[in-house]
Design a binder for this molecule. Structure first.
Ligand SMILES: Cc1ncc(C[n+]2csc(CCOP(=O)(O)OP(=O)(O)O)c2C)c(N)n1
Ligand SMILES: [Mg+2]
Length: 630
């Protein structure tokens, strides 16, 4: 930036300067340039209507505006968008003061947990404080500089409050740095006091110049790489765990090259599934609590676990019980040192693609034992039979089970279709069963597993991939939590597809409750019965009619046959379309394969009820299997 006193300036409000600045930011990776902020979501109130709102109007030719219905949902849409675009682009979200701002907290946490960029622009109380308290202001008598926006601090990777115009320049630059940093990214918050938003200032012209932020690919350190190569060459039963970092880095081809050359098998976390195509001979599908039998069996006996871009959540490690080989060691390739060091691993702190390419080059001549390879290939074939059995529909005129819904969807999707889900019983079923055909097809938000993510995320993905079929899979509980953005899809003419599965409550938490001695307490959507429990008839809600009332085309499918037809119609539709299906939950035999590995949900250590006492005995047995990897 020039420091000459005669530099050109523009007199703009802080809000105008921010919007104009954001419209000139770009990322670059692998020789391609992308708009960093492709659009701004907004819900207006007194805290942003005259500042940011006026600025978005003034700059609507360079900054697209999207209208949302719920602030949390706008963040979900932005997160879905950023994920689809490999974090090379993001969206901004502006809100009013008070409730509009606090509605961001859940979305911000989701973004930060999943390492996905979003720029949050909540309004804030007057910096000049002429008439406190203003509408919706929380007064803290002992901490006068506090506002409800401070709730965003712990869930943001960067937070600043712009209390003077000139503060915007360094802060906006820092905000872009974090958004574009593959190791640091997440929710970035610039809280904007409403008087400051409207204040004019003479901005140096250079502030608005096009700026390109390199999304770097740090190469592995040679010493770390040499250690990694030595460890792999010495391993007898190596296993790769592919995490979300593989996708973010676009490292799928590099991973495939490693698997092709070495025969090392690849299991995937929820975020990493699809790193290899499902039919690649080294792809073992999901790992951990919701993993496949072949992946979890290998994990139990692996002597070297190679984590690539994974955070090792409790689902992946089966709460510390999965890796049972007494000799097991870990080697982690990760762009963040924090994650690389988990499980006392050997580390390669680097970009996933750069690290995988370097490893493959240096592993020339190495291949796993043929017996090991033949063993996991046989296990993979056995698991494919499990998937077939879960998908198969015996009677086309019967009410489908949930796994038959997935089977019908599997038959209708194209290779590039995107399937979105976040919470309920679907994440487990999908992790075990879904046959992922392309790198961005499997879109599971499981870092925060937030009910309500799916529909708004589908909008954000559809904006990023206009010609792709985008499916949001939601349970009835999830639908009831956040159906609001259907209206946004209708308004924008985005042909998102919704598969709405009605099973009258929480199949997921109901099953979990039963297994931990909770006797399904509070997990069914039923009338309160005479004995005071929710064990009456299912509630008479008609979610299909609800979706139709919000403007969706709705297809009700009562049988497997009708479901197939409805899914095919939805896939071809050019308007937002909902396929509504009530699933058969009456069959005592579960249609989804059971868990292959444990998950730690602590059970009551003291109870009067038999179910809890029995569950605790099992719990104590499981805990005894936990290992500490040092
Ligand atoms: C916002 C939010 N609140 C609570 C939970 C805990 N939770 C996980 S799954 C679930 C029930 C989901 O019900 P539904 O969407 O009907 O799916 P189903 O379990 O029936 O498959 C709940 C309450 C969550 N994940 N997210
Ligand atoms: Mg349900």
């Amino acid at each position: 930036m020039s420091h000459s006193t005669s530099e050109a300036t523009s007199r703009l409000t802080v809000a105008q300067a921010l919007v104009r600045f954001l419209s000139a930011q770009y990322t670059a990776r692998d020789g391609e340039r992308h708009r960093l902020i492709t659009g701004t979501w907004g819900i207006f109130g007194h805290g942003n209507v005259a500042g940011i709102g006026q600025a978005l109007l003034e700059y609507s030719d360079v900054m697209p505006y999207h209208q949302g219905r719920n602030e949390q949902a706008m963040v979900h849409a932005a997160v879905g968008h950023a994920r689809q675009l490999d974090r090379l682009s993001a969206q901004a979200v502006t809100t009013s003061i008070g409730p509009g701002a606090t509605n961001l907290v859940t979305g911000a946490a989701l973004a930060t947990v999943n390492r996905l960029p979003v720029l949050l622009l909540p309004g804030d109380y007057f910096a000049t404080r002429p008439a406190d308290p203003l509408l919706q202001q929380l007064e803290h008598p002992g901490q006068f500089d506090m506002s409800v926006n401070d709730t965003l601090r712990p869930v943001s990777r960067y937070f600043d409050r712009i209390t003077r115009p000139e503060q915007l320049i360094p802060s906006a630059l820092q905000a872009m740095r974090i958004l574009a940093d593959p190791a640091e990214t997440g929710a970035v918050t610039l809280a904007l006091p409403q008087d400051v938003q409207a204040e004019a200032y003479d901005w140096p012209e250079e502030f608005f110049a096009e700026r390109v932020w390199t999304v770097r690919r740090p190469a592995p350190d040679p010493a770390e790489l040499a250690e990694a190569v030595r460890a792999i060459r010495a391993a007898h039963r190596p296993l790769v765990i592919a995490g979300g970092g593989v996708h973010h880095s676009r490292a799928e081809d590099a991973l495939k090259a490693l698997a092709d050359a070495t025969g090392i098998p690849v299991a995937a976390t929820q975020a990493g599934k699809g790193s290899l195509r499902h039919d690649h001979p080294a792809d073992l599908g999901g790992i951990g609590h919701t993993g496949t039998a072949v992946a979890d069996d290998l994990a139990r006996t692996a002597d070297l676990v190679i984590g690539v871009g994974t955070r090792y959540t409790d689902f992946t490690t089966a709460s510390g019980t999965l890796f049972q080989n007494p000799e097991v060691r870990f080697l982690n390739l990760n762009i963040t040192a924090f994650d690389a060091h988990k499980l006392a691993a050997r580390t390669v702190v680097a970009d996933a693609r750069a690290a995988l390419e370097a490893l493959t080059a240096q592993l020339a001549g190495f291949r796993v034992d043929p017996a090991y390879e033949a063993g996991y290939r046989a296990g993979k074939e056995r698991w494919e039979q499990v998937v077939e059995a879960a998908y198969r529909a015996g009677d086309e005129d019967a009410v489908p089970t949930q796994t038959q819904v997935l089977g019908a969807l599997d038959a209708v999707v194209g290779d590039e279709d995107v399937v979105i889900n976040a919470a309920g019983s679907l994440p487990g079923d999908l992790h075990k069963l879904w046959r992922t055909r392309s790198r961005r097809q499997y879109h599971l938000e499981y870092g925060f597993s937030c009910m309500g993510y799916e529909i708004p995320a589908a909008i954000g993905v559809q904006q990023a991939a206009p010609d792709t079929a985008v499916w949001a899979l939601v349970g009835d509980g999830t639908y009831l939590m956040m159906p609001t953005e259907i209206v946004t899809a209708v308004q924008e003419g985005l042909p998102v597809k919704l598969v709405l599965i009605q099973n009258h409550g929480y199949a997921s938490i109901g099953g979990l409750s039963e297994s931990v001695g909770g006797e399904r307490f509070g997990t069914a959507y039923r009338y309160r019965a005479a004995d005071g429990t929710f064990s009456g008839a299912p509630l008479p809600v008609d979610l299909a009619a609800n979706a139709a009332s919000l403007g969706m085309d709705v297809l009700r499918a009562k049988t497997v046959r009708e479901l197939r037809e409805a899914l095919a119609t939805a896939r071809a539709a050019d308007a937002p379309t909902c396929v509504y299906v009530e699933t058969d939950t009456s069959s005592p035999a579960p249609t989804a394969p059971g868990a292959e590995a444990w998950w730690d949900v602590p059970v009551a250590e003291a109870a009067t009820r038999e179910a809890a006492l029995r569950a605790r005995e099992d719990y104590d047995r499981q805990v005894a299997g936990r290992r500490r990897h040092l």
